[in-house]
Ligand binder design. Structure first.
Ligand code: ATP
Length: 267
């Protein structure tokens, strides 16, 4: 019989980090991405109001807030899918506020989508190649695509049509497409919600590995214990405004944050 101390922990997919320096979030490093006083208005609605943030290489920034808080709009303003009404987005020392999303992606600012949308008829490899071709040509793009599939644990599915993947693997494919752009900052839009606990654990380990390889990560996630355990820094929004920010445990204990999530006795 196997004694408890001989039992093996459930195995997670091997994470091969890209070659290069292993960088942990270091507050003395300059930010790779910063946003200054971002405001986004849609007609009469102010979806985001005067939000500033910074992301350093290897840092994980978590964005939280109740439904309608403005997280997605801020995310879209940072990645270029929405034009801010006020404020600036600085990436790698350049003002990218007015740069189109696909150009930002090629510059190294990549994102996943909440509803993953692969080309269903293409194979897993072909889906990643579409992204890899934005950075490389010919054989180099193929090598890059394979390396990324290894990294997310989908190499053995390379030839399979994307339509045949289950949800957890579709999420990893979404991640692979973003990684094929060799991002310096990766935006993850609810990559973990909806997955079963083992798949959640795998995704958490993968995101940690990506940050440790030096990628700055901004994530929106509704599963509180996941975002609180992964993030180096958390920003909580409500009604478009900054409610609290800081270390995860401090934000989680902040009375305004608790009130925003649980409601007032008077509500
Ligand atoms: N394109 C748009 N046109 C008009 N109003 C919008 C638009 N996009 C978002 N809004 C409004 O902006 C506010 C913030 O929405 P947003 O989707 O950014 O919040 P969220 O925090 O991402 O919410 P959720 O957690 O539910 O996804 C909401 O009041 C929403 O109705």
């Amino acid at each position: 019989m196997t004694r408890p101390d001989q039992m093996q922990a459930p195995s997670l997919p091997e994470l091969t980090t890209f070659p290069g320096e292993v960088v942990h979030a270091d507050p003395s490093r300059p930010p790779i991405l910063s946003a200054e006083h971002i405001t986004v208005r849609f007609g009469g609605v102010t979806a985001v109001k005067d939000i500033s943030l910074a992301v350093r290489p290897g840092e994980i920034l978590g964005l939280i807030g109740p439904n309608g808080a403005g997280k997605t709009t801020l995310f879209n303003a940072l990645t270029g899918f929405v034009r801010p009404s006020e404020g600036r987005v600085i990436f790698a020392g350049r003002d990218v506020t007015r740069v189109e999303p696909q150009i930002r992606a090629r510059m190294g600012l990549a994102r996943t989508f909440q509803v993953e949308r692969p080309f269903e008829d293409l194979s897993v490899l072909e889906n990643v190649l579409v992204a890899a071709f934005l950075k490389h040509r010919g054989r180099a793009a193929e090598d890059q695509a394979y390396a990324v599939l290894e990294r997310v644990g989908l190499a053995d599915r390379a030839a399979q049509p994307a339509s045949q993947l289950n949800l957890a693997r579709r999420r990893r494919l979404e991640m692979a497409k973003a990684l094929a752009l060799e991002p310096r900052v990766l935006f993850l839009d609810e990559s973990i919600a909806g997955l079963n606990p083992p798949a959640q654990q795998e995704m958490v380990a993968m995101i940690r590995g990506l940050a440790q390889s030096g990628i700055g990560i901004v994530m929106v996630e509704h599963i509180m214990h996941v975002i609180m355990s992964l993030s180096d820094h958390v920003i909580c929004m409500a009604f478009g405004e900054l409610l609290a920010e800081g270390k995860p445990q401090d934000v989680a204990a902040h009375p305004d944050v608790i009130r925003a999530y649980l409601g007032d006795d008077n509500d």
